[in-house]
Design a protein around this ligand. Sequence first.
Ligand SMILES: [Zn+2]
Length: 300
Amino acid sequence: MRTSTSRAARRELARSRRVLRRMERDAARRDRASLARRTSAVLVAAVLGAGWWAGDRSGWETSGLGDLWSPRAYVEVGGDAVAVPQPEPADGRVLPKVPVTTTGSYAFLHVDEAGGPVGYDPCRPVAYVTNPSGRPSALDGVVHEAAQIVSEASGVSLVHQGDVDEPPMMDRPLIQPERYGEDWVPVLVAWSDEEAFPELEGQVAGIGGSAAVPGPTGEGRWLAAGRIVLDGPDLAAMLERPDGAGQVRAIVVHELAHVLGLDHVDDTGELMHPLTRDRTDLGPGDRQGLALLGQVACRP
Ligand SMILES: [Zn+2]
C-alpha cells in the first residue's frame, strides 16, 4: 500500500503491483538453486501445474487401512519428497460465516478453475507470528488490532502465536520444519525499511500476500504461508499526521487483506485501492470480498 496520490506515486503504483506479483510468483516457484545447496529450506511448487504430481505410484501412499488408498500430494524438502501437510481434524468452522451484506468493488489474488476465490481454510485457526525487530514502539499493538478487524470481517480466525526472529524475505520457504514443524509456515508479520528491503523503496509502506497451495490430496487450493513486511520508518512518520494511528492501522488491514486473498481495486472508495486516501476503515467491496474469502470450503 502506498501513501500518496501524487503523479510520481501513481507512476510507482505500477512498480508496486509488479512487486506484489513477484512476491506471489516467488512463493509459488520451485527454487532449484536452493535445492542444489541442500539447505533445510522447503521449496514447494505451490501453484498446481504439470510436474506437481509424481508421474507414478510414488506420488501416492497408502492410508495403512488395507486397500484404502489415500492420495497425497508431495512437495520437495531439501531434495526429498514430503507429503503436503495434512491438517488436524476439524469440527466445522472456527468462526461463523460472515454474511455478505454490502456490495462494491473487490478482486481476488487467486481464483480456482470455476473463478471462485482461493482463501484460507476457515475450519482451522490461521496462525500469525510477529517479528518485532524494527517495529516502532508506538506501533506495538497495531498488528493485533488489524488482525481482529480482518478476522471479524472475513470469519477467518487469525490467532497470534507469538514473536519470532524469522527475517522477512520475498522468497520465503513455505515449510520450515526446524522453526515451525511440519505444517505450512504461519503468517509472518515483520518490519523493515527500504535499505534492508528494497521492495519498500519510495512510498511503499507495506507489502503482503500468501501462497496458493494444494490440499493434502492434491485436490483444491488454499492459501498458506502468508507474509507481510511493513516499512517501520514510513509508518512511524505517518503516525505523526492527524489520524495517523487510523491510517497506519488501515495499511496493516490492507496488507492483511492481501494475505487473506484480496487484490487491489481501482475504486478509491475501497481500502484495497493501492493508494491510501481518506478511507481508514473497510469499504463495502472490501467487506464483500473478505466475507466471500471466508466462505471457501474447508480442507479435507
Ligand atoms: Zn496493496
